[in-house]
Design a protein around this ligand. Structure first.
Ligand code: NAD
Length: 339
């Protein structure tokens, strides 16, 4: 709406201030595993930044947080370059936004594939992303997402997680595959862990996500070994000698190799089914094994995914619908930050 040249000093100042607020929240969240604001408050800041940039495209800085994946890499760990880049997810915060995303993506997918796409719905686990590199069936390295190009080497810590195979089952392993998933702490384990922390006179974790991140990103792997970490796979990166044509087929193969796959994933083919899935899990979200902060909707077919491609931060073939924020997390966070 503002004409070029209509960028005032106060707008520039507001813009710089928003960027600074988002950066410092990210630092506290990703590097220190100790956020100072709630996820909803962070999402609102990020949204405000996106909206300001949409209104004034001429002020967008190349290094704006909207242009990059937001996990700074801590110097406490050795840096690891991912073979294939890792991305974040585009967020939508209402069903109307989700429907608009679906309409646009469905149309784009039909245009490139020549037929209607198949969709996957998955639970958006509130944990942290991990990249597991398997060579000839052996786990050779594990790294956090970091900024998407470079993550933190947490191999020793991941080796202590019982549900992650160090050697794949079966025989037909690829030469190389990057398996991506979410490390999390189940709701039940989270409660027990926080009780234990309080008994030991330590501050409890703000939420299961911070508990998982704080437990995985330990200098001493013995501490990690003592924490109840789990994982579900949600994708793959680079691969060689692994011929698969869809995300769902990939999960089935990974499951055969002994990797933990989510029992909640569904293959659907209409918007109505997706909306039903969202409504169902909105109701049961607190009776699941793990906390979720939303639902992820993905195009199933790999070729269509590739054709739709990526922005500098997110894939164009997936979206995260976030459920409205709830009291409970805010309260826990308030305890954590001593409010
Ligand atoms: P995101 O968490 O919104 O989405 C991307 C991530 O979702 C992926 O990297 C992956 O780890 C995870 N994920 C979980 N289930 C998945 C599935 N089934 N398929 C694919 N991915 C799945 O994005 P982000 O960039 O990691 O972080 C942004 C979010 O982190 C914010 O929306 C906010 O909730 C939180 N955050 C909070 C603060 C704070 O100060 N409180 C600061 C920074 C970020």
């Amino acid at each position: 709406e503002a004409a070029p040249g209509g960028v005032t000093d106060s707008l520039k100042e507001k813009y710089a201030q928003l960027i600074e607020q988002v950066r410092s929240a990210r630092q506290r969240y990703y590097v220190q595993d100790s956020p100072t604001i709630s996820d909803a408050a962070y999402d609102a800041l990020f949204r405000e930044l996106e909206e300001l940039e949409a209104l004034h495209p001429e002020i967008v800085a190349n290094d704006s947080p909207t242009q990059e994946v937001g996990g700074e890499v801590s110097t406490a760990f050795a840096p690891v370059d991912h073979i294939s880049r890792m991305y974040s997810l585009e967020d939508v915060f209402s069903l109307d936004e989700l429907k608009a995303w679906f309409a646009k993506t469905d149309e784009n997918a039909r245009a490139v594939a020549g037929h209607k796409p198949g969709w996957l719905t998955e639970l958006k686990i509130d944990g942290l992303a991990i990249n597991l590199l398997y060579r000839q069936g052996k786990l050779v390295r594990a790294a956090t997402r970091g900024d998407g190009y470079t993550g933190e080497d947490v191999t020793h810590n991941v080796l202590t997680i019982k549900s992650i195979p160090t050697q794949l089952a079966g025989e037909n392993w690829p030469d190389e595959v990057e398996v991506r998933g979410e490390i999390f702490i189940s709701s039940e384990d989270f409660r027990a862990l926080n009780e234990r922390m309080v008994e030991q006179g330590k501050a409890p974790f703000a939420n299961p996500r911070n508990a998982a991140a704080g437990s995985l990103r330990q200098k001493d792997a013995a501490v990690t070994a003592d924490r109840p970490l789990s994982m579900f796979v949600h994708g793959i990166g680079a691969r060689s000698g692994f011929e698969v044509s869809s995300q769902y087929e990939t999960y089935q193969q990974l499951k055969e190799w002994g990797l933990p796959t989510s029992p909640y994933t569904r293959l659907l083919d209409s918007l109505d089914e997706i909306l039903d899935f969202i409504a169902d899990y909105g109701e049961q979200r607190h009776s699941l094994v793990h906390e979720i902060d939303g639902i992820v909707v993905k195009i199933n077919d790999f070729r269509t995914q590739e054709q739709l491609g990526y922005t500098s931060r997110v894939p164009r073939w997936a979206v995260a619908y976030k459920y409205p924020p709830e009291e409970v997390n805010t309260k826990l966070l308030d305890i954590r930050v001593g409010v």
